[in-house]
Design a protein around this ligand. Structure first.
Ligand SMILES: *[C@@H]1O[C@H](CO)[C@@H](O)[C@H](O)[C@H]1NC(C)=O
Ligand SMILES: *[C@@H]1O[C@H](CO)[C@@H](O)[C@H](O)[C@H]1NC(C)=O
Ligand SMILES: *[C@@H]1O[C@H](CO)[C@@H](O)[C@H](O)[C@H]1NC(C)=O
Length: 258
């Protein structure tokens, strides 16, 4: 039979043991909770990092494509330059350039600029024509001048059979016409755009002189508008020969401004 004091001691002992077990349990739960939070955070971080990696891979692909474009453009430029060196033809200058000031490797900015300039040059829809009369001509009034020899016809707007330029595209154009007259001739020449007169030139020559006049106009032109040079509608301003030979061409040219 346990004595009373011993029984009390036993109770105390059990009580202490129980409390410490409870403490350990509580601490373990806290640890588990902390680890759970950490795992969640890590999971989050891993998914963020996955996202960043895939972003980086994407931007790397884009950068590679950009570099490829730049390299291709640069190669084109180099080969163009080799076929078509823009350095002065003077040998002395060329030698001095190579020896004294070797060309520095162009910076990325230079390349970017030149590549975009090349692309622009290539994609630009150039419209330009230049034609002249193959020989002399004695026109009447309101007669379209027959510029029958075509030297340039980018955009195919000029029609040598009629001497009429039919604008392949709309825009601001510059037109210039040059007319040579033999001694004693006089002519008023009109620039006609879309049926209205946009410019005129007049010259009267005196025996025994030949003379040449050039006039220029910048005009807005719609697509498919007709543009041509004709003589004035009155005989008072038109008489005699318009000359064109190898020494001086009676010509008509036009181009669209970029
Ligand atoms: C999770 O990412 C954040 C922000 O980058 C960082 O501060 C934290 O330490 C990371 N957590 C772990 C467990 O690596
Ligand atoms: C090339 O350099 C030499 C020596 O510096 C100079 O005398 C000569 O005039 C230069 N030639 C040209 C074409 O610049
Ligand atoms: C071209 O002519 C037509 C008819 O005369 C006119 O309506 C039109 O405005 C003209 N266009 C230009 C660009 O002058």
């Amino acid at each position: 039979m346990l004595s009373w004091p011993l029984f009390v001691l036993c109770l105390l002992f059990l009580e202490t043991q129980g409390r410490s077990t409870e403490n350990i349990l509580e601490k373990t739960l806290e640890d588990v909770e902390r680890l759970r939070a950490l795992v969640l955070e890590l999971k989050d971080n891993v998914s963020n990092q996955d996202q960043r990696i895939s972003d980086l891979l994407l931007s790397q692909t884009i950068d590679r494509a950009r570099i490829k474009t730049l390299e291709d453009g640069y190669k084109t430029l180099i080969s163009e330059k080799n076929c078509n060196p823009r350095v002065p033809s003077d040998d002395g200058i060329r030698k001095n350039r190579t020896r004294d000031a070797p060309r520095k490797f162009p910076s990325t900015d230079d390349i970017m600029y030149e590549v975009s300039a090349t692309e622009k040059r290539e994609t630009e829809n150039v419209i330009a024509f230049y034609a002249y009369m193959s020989g002399d001509f004695v026109p009447g009034i309101k007669h379209t001048i027959p510029f029958d020899t075509v030297i340039t016809n980018k955009g195919n707007g000029f029609h040598s059979s009629t001497g009429v330029f039919i604008a392949p595209g709309p825009g601001y154009y510059v037109f210039t016409w040059t007319v040579r007259m033999t001694h004693g001739s006089q002519h008023s020449l009109e620039l006609v755009v879309n049926s209205s007169v946009k410019g005129a030139s007049f010259m009267r020559t005196h025996d025994p002189e030949d003379q040449t006049i050039t006039a220029t106009a910048a005009v807005y032109v719609n697509q498919n508008d007709d543009v041509y040079i004709r003589t004035h509608g009155s005989y008072a301003y038109n008489a005699g020969n318009i000359r064109s030979d190898t020494y001086s061409r009676t010509s008509f040219a036009g181009w669209r401004l970029a």
